[in-house]
Design a protein around this ligand. Structure first.
Ligand code: ADP
Length: 311
């Protein structure tokens, strides 16, 4: 029996496609903006991400395509629209820039700044661990993005290797606002249990008193441990054991990896169970780990494959 192949799925997977954005002007006239959908950059839970070339301006960006089939539940669409609302309000060098949002009959399109050097997740997969100079440089940029977010009452709640992109100039760009939330008033506590298992803060797991900005600082502790050691601090055979270790702050520094006392001290002051005792963003900047030498503004792109030569 011969089977007929579905031609639309072939186009979806392989061929460049023209995508049109219809813009309605204030006087009611419409203009079309055309994009060439290029190579696949990655796939997420809900979206396929492709390179998009704006045919008029020749600008390249990352186009997140979310099929409307995935948004049939009102709650899914609401969540995505909230993510878009938060992300499009943000303007900071170390946050993935939100370019445009539009939809057609089949999909929603979110156009984002293109980060051509992937994420810290792929970097760690290739390099295994980073030097302390690299960690200082990336951490300074992450802190800058987080200071901006927190000053706008936004908690990211999903700081992790895979959400920290690298631009063509090797700048850090924080992305993915799918779990972000905005506080309505000072002192508000959030109660949604969310996050990525290895990075989730103990106060989210305990869920007695709710959580606030400090969850992002816990994630920074997990992140810099992972960047320096090569594996996350609470990694275990299953999620249940990971959560148990997080609740007991049970982690250690392996003897076979060289890591400075300053960095160990910084990590141990971030991976603190009581959020009120955990270091703040300003305290990280003032910590001896960040102050012991001049921090380079950029790390060369050769470090995508090999450690910096001066390490
Ligand atoms: P998820 O949050 O589920 O990982 P995303 O939809 O945010 O999924 O992204 C999926 C993948 O697409 C990412 O892992 C990455 O490889 C790629 N990607 C996402 N955004 C960008 C971007 N701005 N620039 C380059 N690649 C991107």
């Amino acid at each position: 029996m011969s089977t007929k192949r579905d031609s639309s799925s072939i186009i979806d997977k392989e061929e460049p496609q023209i995508i049109e954005e219809i813009i309605v002007k204030p006087n009611g006239d419409t203009v079309k903006k055309r994009y060439l959908r290029g190579r696949l950059l990655g796939a997420g839970g809900f979206a396929m991400v492709h390179e998009f070339l704006c045919i008029d301006t020749k600008q390249l960006c990352a186009g997140k395509i979310v099929s409307k089939n995935n948004l049939k539940r009102a709650r899914s669409r609401q969540k995505l629209m909230f993510e878009i609302k938060i992300h499009r309000s943000l303007h900071h060098t170390n946050i993935v820039a939100f370019e445009r949002f539009f939809e057609d009959s089949e999909s929603l399109y979110i156009l984002l700044e293109l980060c051509s050097n992937q994420t810290l997740s792929e970097l760690i997969r290739r390099r295994k661990r980073l030097t302390e100079l690299e960690i200082q440089c990336y951490l300074a940029q992450i802190i800058s993005a987080l200071k901006y977010l927190h000053s706008h009452k936004i908690i990211h709640r999903d700081i992790k290797l895979g959400n920290l992109f690298l631009s063509d100039k090797m700048e850090i760009k924080l992305g993915d606002f799918g779990l972000a939330t905005k506080l309505e008033f000072d002192g508000e506590r959030k109660r949604t249990v969310c996050g990525t298992p290895n990075y989730i803060a103990p106060e989210i797991l305990e869920s007695k008193h709710g959580h606030s900005y400090e969850v992002d600082l816990w994630c920074i502790g997990v992140l810099i441990y992972t960047l320096s050691i090569g594996v996350p601090p609470f990694e275990a055979v299953d999620i249940k054991t990971t959560y148990k270790k997080i609740k007991m702050t049970s982690y250690s520094f392996p003897k076979n990896v060289r890591i400075s006392e300053e960095l160990q001290d910084l990590i141990s002051k971030l991976l603190v169970s009581n959020p009120l005792v955990r270091l703040t963003l300003d305290e990280i900047i003032q910590h001896p780990f960040m102050g012991r030498n001049p921090i380079p503004k950029f790390i060369p792109s050769s470090t995508l494959a090999v450690p910096p030569s001066n390490s």
